[in-house]
Design a binder for this molecule. Sequence first.
Ligand code: FSO
Ligand code: SF4
Length: 577
Amino acid sequence: MLCYQCEQTKSGTGCTEIGVCGKTPEVAGLQDLLVYSVKGLASLAHIARNSPAKIEDPAVNTFINGAIFSTLTNVNFADDRFLEFVSEARAHHARLSAKMAAAGVQVPASATEQQVWFGSMPHPLLWNSQAAALGGVGDMLEVAAKTGIAERQRVLGETLAGLQELLVYGLKGVCAYAHHAEALGFTDPTVYAEIQGALHFLNTPGAKDVGQVLDACFKCGATNFKVMEMLSNAHTDTFGHPVPTPVTLNPVPGKAILVTGHDMHDLHMLLEQTAGKGINVYTHGEMLPAHGYPGLKKYPHLVGHFGGAWYRQKIDFAEFPGAVAVTTNCVLDPLQVYKQNIFTINETGLSGVPHIRPDANGHKDFTPIINRALQLPGFTPELIEKRPKKKDVTVGFGHKAVLSVAPQVIQAIQEKRLEHIFLVGGCDGSEPQRKYYSKLYQYMPTNTMVLTLGCGKFRIFDQDFGTLPGTDLPRLLDMGQCNDSYSALVVATELAKVFKTDVNSLPLSLDLSWFEQKAVAVLLTLLHLGVRNIRLGPRLPAFLTPEAVGVLVEKFNLIPANVADPGADMKMMMKNK
Ligand code: FSO
Ligand code: SF4
């Protein structure tokens, strides 16, 4: 196997024998094969859509986003689920082909002529329609090896193969966000068309050209901006705009369910199904911002937050005396001690762990999770007594809440009481280099503010940053999940309008900690919007060669975070550099 899609990749170059995340070579191979199959299906859907018959296939649209989402880091480790996905891709391909044939739409011969792209493999369009069924995992892995990154590096060279992966990883992030929005009933036909158009592009001769691939990456950033806006609207239309809300980190007596991941829709369904059952629901990791939404905080049994960032889950889940519901990444191979208590939902999967599937109407029956919670002891007064008491944290500073205090922020900037704003967004992880972010906060002068996003906030979310001098404004405002980067962009754009300037000229610095592919999508959005001087750390992506990094540095002044010296980075950022 070779996988280098996330920041924690082995030795900063690539996981080869087993993933640092725990991904087996079998799962890695099946994921490669799934992406290859989906590239073929996306090409077919693109050709169908752009044909005179204008064929749009909603089932294919939904499938592609879900299947791609399942290949993100820390989403799915179950090989049987990937076997299902691969055969579903082929079934969709056959169904759509039949629909096209019935409408008189043919795949032009020119679409499949670039065999060279895929080494010894056929064009992805042809692969899906090959009649021969594969015997099993062994056969599939043999095929998968021919579609993997190592083979593409051999055929295309490392820079081009890496830039194509930049596009694929950006699309993985877009698919994840679009899938969340779809769960709440929000879709946009142009988003499906753009995702599939980009996947199709990767099957064409244009994908041999570095310039065209980079353009496609920035276009992917534009699609992601649209998707983040759609997801933001999906959240706020469904659950209301977040409002500043204190959240307790201290559990209360009673049976308990912990909900982790990013999917607010699942949390909502679970709150509905547990109402009146004497079960308390806690958020974990990226679900923390849920407490700020009026439509979720109204449930009295959503009682608090438990635990820290995703990489601590083995400690958190082992300590939690109830059931655990996993809605999205980041999930890890479970310890035996809590394996009986954990359930996966949506695209997540763990071998040997029960998975909750939706019915034909999208309804998910969480009875197995509820029953497990009722069997487990929950939090007893004795257990609570043993735990250290913690202070509340405050969440809920979405763009509406932040813009409501904009006049105070603007006045503070004009009166030089507020010198600089930092946006420290992104993910957390266990590597020692990530201490850079913890230290960075210590160097922030008191006349600065910091906006946080994503699970990176867990480095400081329970610390008291006080208020901005001369105001009652907290210096630390958490804007939400990684996908709420949209809120940060709205705030930055509005501030730029007030100061009659552009985002790059504001006293604002972006220091991003990336981990997986949603962060790649957000980065591409920022680059598409022309944001410069972004710091990126703790390490640069392994899939970008020095040549590719050079292009981004030259075009956008992308700056590698100075993990060895956060104080030096702080000095530069205070000078807007
Ligand atoms: Fe974190 Fe994981 Fe939200 Fe990521 S929980 S690391 S970028 O999946 O999505 O911030
Ligand atoms: Fe390695 Fe990350 Fe790929 Fe897992 S997802 S195999 S840790 S590069």
